[in-house]
Design a protein around this ligand. Structure first.
Ligand code: HEM
Length: 440
């Protein structure tokens, strides 16, 4: 444990915070992440910005709940996000990806993060709101806009807070009304409504959720299905852009698995070892949730130390994933390490661990795999010339400037090397000499 600050918060907005501590090691990670009553989530930015009640409600997802309420809602959401449910939507997911990629033209340049946000929006809005809900993209866009505004308004360094707060209230109020209309549509046409959220809205059980609760879950689940997926895809594609040989091997794996031809059998995609290890290794080195914040809800014991009430704790997957004892050559991108390396859930946790661990992990992995598989077969994405890419933590750990990528046909005989990844992101990654695009 390291004391980072003796008074006041770093990442939460708690006014009476006793100080900030960074916590390391699987034992401490487990202790902090498992006891969600003692090590609670920080209060939402909506409270600290004194937003109206309906806007505070928009972010009252399961992450903000405690005790019995947390257990109950987590259980319901896990049922709705169950693998069998979204596997029933495979054809729709595939259709969404294929339709989006139709606009891609070899030779064109794309802004990678923005493009991945668009793609994730198109695909996730189908899964969540269903194919039959005609305004799914508009609703997803509204959720995205509200999320971006809220993120801006809640950063400690934001300069234009009064104007942002006004926009936030305007967009948030429209979003609240649109989500209520969607939920009423689901309840009014249960035989038509087909998305994951419709399952929640039409629950016919004693624990059926209130409209406020459904609004909050719909907003939080939709944000979670777009932003971290877009950021993960951006990091993975950026890494692959430096590794032409690995891209070829991945294409071969996809081809051999029959994924190219068998547009009907999608479950195979979950069992492709190279695709799987590329994703694991990318999320190890560049996890979108690079750190997690907790606040002690009462004086608490951690290891040999007694912590005061309201003490901010930082748990850091980014650093845990670079522990040389667990991950030899920690800075090197080595997908093959996943053939033998089996770290514990508190040594490798890009999807969190313990009581608040990610309930959307299977869906996220399925979407990421489906999108990468559909992308990697016809196209090569390479950096449009050498680029210095920087990173920032803006809730998520993400690129701070847009990587510009050129779309090429995978079969093209032109050199597929593209530009070299430089800058602060380039310095976070090392590649094996057999397939390295850049030498640092
Ligand atoms: C690559 C994509 C994703 C990543 C990297 C990710 C990561 C995480 C992490 C690290 C946590 C724990 C946060 C903490 O303990 O402070 C978390 C929690 C959560 N995630 Fe995800 N997530 C992803 C996708 C999704 C998706 C697709 C959904 C739902 C559709 C989802 C829903 C949630 C929810 C509701 C929680 C809170 C659970 C609770 O508090 O009990 N996530 N996620």
């Amino acid at each position: 444990m390291i004391v980072l600050r003796e008074r006041g918060p770093l990442f939460s907005r708690t006014p009476d915070c006793a100080g900030v501590l960074a916590v390391f090691g699987a034992r401490h990670n487990r202790a902090v992440l498992s006891d969600i009553d003692v090590f609670g989530m920080p209060i939402s930015a909506a409270h600290s910005l004194s937003l109206p009640r309906h806007l505070v409600n928009l972010n009252c997802g399961v992450h903000s709940m405690r005790d019995h309420q947390h257990d109950l809602h987590r259980h319901l959401l896990l049922q709705a996000l169950n693998e069998h449910r979204f596997m029933g939507q495979q054809a729709s997911i595939d259709h969404g990806i294929t339709a989006f990629l139709k606009s891609w033209r070899p030779g064109h340049t794309i802004s990678l993060l923005s493009e991945m946000r668009q793609l994730a929006l198109h695909v996730s809005s189908r899964v969540l709101f269903g194919n039959q809900f005609a305004d799914r993209i508009e609703l997803g866009l509204l959720i995205q806009s509200y999320f971006q505004l809220r993120r801006e308004a809640s950063t400690p360094f934001s300069t234009s807070k009064p104007t942002l707060r006004e926009s936030l209230i305007q967009v948030g109020t429209t979003l609240d009304a649109a989500l209520r209309a969607y939920i009423r549509w689901c309840k009014g046409t249960p035989e038509t409504a087909d998305g994951i959220l419709a399952t929640l809205a039409t629950l016919d059980a004693p624990e059926a959720l209130s409209e406020d609760e459904l609004v909050a879950h719909s907003n939080v689940l939709c944000v979670s299905s777009i932003e971290p997926i877009a950021v993960s895809l951006t990091w993975i594609i950026l890494i692959l852009s430096q590794l032409p040989k690995l891209r070829r091997e991945l294409r071969e794996e996809l081809y051999k698995s029959g994924h190219a031809q068998a547009a009907g059998d999608f479950s195979r995609i979950l069992q492709l070892p190279l695709l799987d290890s590329i994703i694991h290794e990318s999320l190890r080195l560049l996890p979108p949730n690079a750190l997690m914040v907790r606040l002690t809800t009462r004086p608490a014991r951690l290891g040999h130390v007694t912590l005061p009430d309201c003490c901010e704790l930082l748990v850091c997957p980014f650093l845990a994933h670079r522990d040389p004892e667990r991950f030899p050559q920690p800075d090197t991108f080595l997908p093959q390490r996943w053939h033998t390396n089996k770290p514990s859930p508190f040594e490798y946790f890009p999807f969190g661990a313990g009581g608040h661990s990610c309930i959307g992990r299977p869906l996220a992995l399925y979407l990421i795999k489906s999108i990468l598989a559909r992308l990697a077969q016809p196209y090569e994405l390479v950096l449009t010339g050498d680029q210095a890419i920087d990173w920032r933590i803006h809730i998520q750990f993400m690129p701070s400037n847009e990587p510009l990528m050129t779309i090429r046909e995978a079969s093209s005989s032109a050199s597929q090397d593209g530009g070299a990844l430089r800058g602060r992101v380039g310095h976070l990654l090392k590649f094996e000499s057999s397939d390295k695009r850049v030498l640092h």
